[in-house]
Design a protein around this ligand. Structure first.
Ligand SMILES: *[C@@H]1O[C@H](CO)[C@@H](O)[C@H](O)[C@H]1NC(C)=O
Ligand SMILES: *[C@@H]1O[C@H](CO)[C@@H](O)[C@H](O)[C@H]1NC(C)=O
Length: 194
């Protein structure tokens, strides 16, 4: 999906944003879900003038990224795409922690930045594994923590939502990290390892 010829054209930050979008696609296979569009700027933002203003005044898309985004939005899985302002934000964040290696769960080493977005029922497992992989001061970014707002009242048989809600609760009192929960995209929690 991500051709190396395209990625060599990009600045490191833009390339990271692109890699995260692509990584999201890989994780999305197991976790395809219907989601309301109100948290997804690239879908619902069109109807929200303030969101549109934010995008108009902050998105700095590389032409190759824009092309990929427009292509992705034609795809039936387009609701699974990471909000474009979210990938830009994470790229900036990775730069802030001087990320040399960003990772989507699956490999072992000491990383600066981990992005968790795979199957929701294993979120806690991925989080614990990430804590082992990430260095002190590194960032664990956890996607879809609002899950279209379903986390407010998870249905008894909705294991995905219950799993996300349980991790949110755990993170709130986890003394191993500093924490922020952002309303970007479908909800993005940032855990800064102490
Ligand atoms: C955002 O940009 C689009 C395209 O240039 C324009 O049509 C729209 O009016 C702008 N909206 C706001 C709120 O800035
Ligand atoms: C981060 O955690 C440390 C250790 O618990 C605490 O002293 C500090 O106030 C926290 N920072 C923020 C911004 O919450």
């Amino acid at each position: 999906m991500l051709s190396s010829s395209v990625s060599t054209l990009l600045t490191p930050a833009a390339a990271l944003g692109l890699a995260l979008i692509t990584a999201y696609y890989l994780g999305a296979r197991q976790s395809r879900r219907f989601r309301m569009s109100n948290f997804k700027s690239h879908v619902g933002g069109k109807e929200d003038p303030v969101m549109q203003y934010i995008l108009n005044h902050s998105l700095r898309e590389h032409p190759a990224l824009k092309k990929l985004r427009l292509k992705t939005m034609e795809h039936k899985w387009n609701p699974m795409m990471v909000a474009c302002e979210q990938s830009q934000f994470m790229a900036n964040l990775a730069r802030l922690v001087k990320a040399k290696k960003a990772i989507e769960i699956g490999e072992a080493e000491t990383f600066d930045f981990v992005f968790i977005d795979a199957d929701k029922q294993n979120y806690d497992h991925y989080y614990e594994r990430s804590l082992q992989l990430v260095r002190k001061g590194g960032i664990i970014a956890i996607d879809n923590v609002l899950w279209s707002g379903k986390v407010l009242s998870p249905a008894e048989d909705d294991l995905d939502t219950k799993s996300i809600a349980a991790l949110n609760k755990k993170l709130h009192r986890d003394v191993r990290v500093n924490l922020s929960m952002l309303t970007v995209g479908d909800g993005l929690s940032l855990a800064f390892k102490l």
